[in-house]
Design a protein. Structure first.
Length: 260
């Protein structure tokens, strides 16, 4: 029993002190730094761009595939090594494509990203900081314990589950998404709330908070038609008004009687 307890305590200690690994690099062409080069971690579906000094940081693990692209330069693909992750910075040098000017055909402007360059079939979702951390933390399920026999249990996700890190990150992501939705509704339907629902100032904020918390928006946000959003807001407003009336009635019921 003591042995099992010691093992669990060790696992919890490792998880609590675990830090995410960052691949740090600087991109040049051998003469100058390359700003706005595109860095894609295919394994984690994360992406970033280099700054004015050609520097960048991206979350990565050993054996992740990084793809570096910059317009006019040859694409560079490589697997991340342990030495690269432990280095303070990795110097990455890109070489010119070397295509003769007369062979270039101008097709008009198009966005140069991972999809346009044919690296992936669709654009990875741009994750928030908490969404990225949750993705990296994993989401351990009890059924995965069956992998013990074959030695296939995902250790890090299991440790994150035990220490509560996964639960905390899920809560942060939920709150973050609620705030983003509320901001979206306020920006795009604030005038609707004012003109059609008769709300003003702080009333709009309180109503939208109620609408976000008490209604499911996954089927609408963010690509549904304006009429669908407005109809959902009308439904939410009906519930909001009813809750205010119920609250007002409750306050009257429990009001302290006057001595007069």
């Amino acid at each position: 029993m003591k042995l099992y307890l010691s093992i669990w305590l060790c696992l919890i200690f490792v998880a609590a002190n675990a830090q995410e690994d960052l691949f740090k690099g600087r991109i040049t062409d051998g003469h100058s730094n390359l700003e706005s080069a595109h860095i894609l971690n295919l394994s984690k579906e994360l992406q970033t761009i280099s700054d004015a000094n050609g520097a960048f940081e991206i979350s990565a693990d050993v054996s992740d595939t990084l793809v570096i692209t910059f317009l006019g330069y040859s694409q560079l693909n490589f697997l991340v090594t342990e030495a690269q992750l432990s280095a303070e910075s990795n110097l990455i040098e890109l070489s010119k494509d070397g295509i003769p000017l007369e062979e270039v055909t101008v097709e008009g402007y198009r966005a140069m990203d991972a999809v346009a360059l044919g690296l992936i079939n669709k654009r990875p979702k741009k994750l928030t900081t908490n969404e990225r951390k949750l993705k990296e933390a994993g989401d351990f399920k009890a059924v995965q314990l069956l992998g013990i026999v074959g030695g296939g249990v995902p250790i890090i996700p299991m440790l994150n589950k035990i220490t509560g890190r996964t639960k905390r990150l899920k809560k942060r992501v939920a709150v973050e998404n609620e705030n983003l939705l509320k901001e979206y509704l306020h920006e795009n339907y604030g005038s609707f709330c004012s003109k059609r629902l008769g709300l003003e100032g702080e009333q709009i904020d309180r109503f939208l908070y109620f609408a976000v918390i008490n209604h499911d928006w996954d089927d609408l946000y963010p690509h549904a038609k304006e009429e669908q959003f407005e109809f959902r807001l009308i439904q939410a407003h009906q519930k909001y008004t009813a809750s205010l009336l119920e609250e007002s009635s409750s306050e009257k019921t429990f009001a302290v009687p006057s001595n007069n």
